[in-house]
Design a protein around this ligand. Structure first.
Ligand SMILES: CC(=O)SCCNC(=O)CCNC(=O)[C@H](O)C(C)(C)COP(=O)(O)OP(=O)(O)OC[C@H]1O[C@@H](n2cnc3c(N)ncnc32)[C@H](O)[C@@H]1OP(=O)(O)O
Ligand SMILES: N[C@@H](CCO)C(=O)O
Length: 337
């Protein structure tokens, strides 16, 4: 497949191609990045799954010539929690950072979180990874992580679910629906409006109040308006509106219990040792959703709470607390400490 809309800014992406029909597609490709070395037993592989507007670039600046920071730099690199592991991070199916998505052709079919995970199972087969030492994901990445553990329990040894849910709630679908309407009305302006709505839900009321209050800038905009304008403009430059729609609709489809006897029955299939964590100030994925996951997954020992003023985005910001959870799940071997 030729070309991709947002290039390969770090020059380290690899591609996996699946040539047979799949989920209404004639075939697909997944872009992915890796760090570290797979051991002879293929027992040290960790799958890291990004959120809605993330990509395969988990970590940067660790190799000469590839300085672009990653979105979980605190986890991957020398003396960091995943140092001893072979880390694999694919760009999600339907995304716009190298994997097959609607940015490539009109009439792209609707896909689900289950389709995205089924595509990642093909990638694992291709890489020769029968079982992941761990699957880690937050938000939409957490939706895929829990789907992995439900649909392929014997392939997930341990699991970290952060700020995520077993099924998209009415509130999440409602917020998504307003964003989808904005984009369908005007793909360019609408993507910016969608990001503003989403970004408000990613942060906490208390943080916005403490940080911006009612302050105005010289140009007359409230500071908080200017902040949202900034995030909207930034996303519009780096993300495709059609991908945003496809991924948002996939998130709306998420229900691990569908066709499996409900959420409790689906979660009971999970055999992985599991850590479930939420953020105390997250208004988009409230703690009740992680409580449901922790209560239903046999190998989970209660709910962990990340303490943060930052709301949902804390799973990307509170690197010490997230790093401690990762180290608890997959301890650093003493030889590499
Ligand atoms: C797994 C994944 O999701 S990967 C993708 C990660 N997400 C993103 O990149 C999405 C966009 N960003 C975010 O979601 C968040 O910024 C995070 C989670 C990555 C980081 O959060 P924080 O460190 O708290 O950043 P914060 O929300 O304060 O934003 C900082 C930016 O706002 C700008 N800003 C702050 N106040 C204002 C203001 N009043 N007016 C205009 N701009 C402002 C800063 O200059 C800074 O700009 P820059 O990012 O271009 O350098
Ligand atoms: N900031 C994150 C939030 C969604 O979990 C993103 O844009 O992907």
């Amino acid at each position: 497949m030729s070309g991709w809309r947002f290039g390969d800014p770090n020059g380290r992406r690899k591609w996996f191609s699946h040539a047979a029909p799949f989920a209404g597609l004639p075939g697909f490709q997944l872009a992915y990045e890796t760090w570290g070395t797979l051991n002879a037993e293929a027992s040290n592989a960790v799958l890291v799954l990004h959120a809605l507007t993330g990509d395969s670039h988990v970590a940067g600046g660790v190799e000469p010539g590839h300085p672009t920071p990653g979105w979980w730099d605190s986890l991957v690199g020398k003396r960091k929690p995943l140092d001893a592991f072979f880390v694999v991070a694919p760009n999600v199916l339907g995304g716009c950072q190298g994997s097959t998505g609607p940015w490539q052709y009109p009439g792209f079919p609707g896909i689900t979180i289950r389709d995205q995970v089924a595509a990642e199972v093909h990638l694992a087969d291709y890489l020769g990874i029968g079982q992941w030492a761990a699957v880690l994901g937050g938000s939409m990445g957490g939706m895929r992580a829990v789907e992995w553990a439900v649909s392929a329990p014997d392939r997930v040894k341990s699991l970290l679910l952060l700020a995520t849910t077993a099924q998209a709630s009415a509130e999440q679908i409602a917020l998504a629906s307003a964003q989808l309407h904005a984009i369908k009305a005007d793909p360019v302006e609408g993507l910016g409006v969608a990001r503003r709505i989403a970004h408000i839900s990613y942060r906490s009321e208390q943080e916005l109040q403490a940080r911006f209050g009612r302050e105005k800038q010289e140009d007359g905009r409230f500071e908080v308006e200017s902040y949202l304008d900034h995030h909207a403009a930034k996303l519009t430059r780096r993300f495709d509106a059609d991908s945003y729609v496809t991924l948002t609709e996939a998130m709306n489809s998420h229900d691990v219990g569908r066709g499996r006897g409900g959420v409790r029955a689906a979660l009971a299939r999970i055999t992985a040792r599991t850590i479930v964590a939420g953020v105390d100030s997250d208004r988009l994925y409230p703690l009740a959703q992680q409580r449901e996951l922790a209560a239903g997954i046999p190998g989970a020992d209660g709910l962990r709470v990340i303490s943060s003023p930052y709301g949902h985005d804390a799973f990307l910001i509170e690197s010490e607390q997230v790093g401690a959870l990762v180290t608890e799940l997959v301890p650093v071997p003493s030889s590499t400490r």
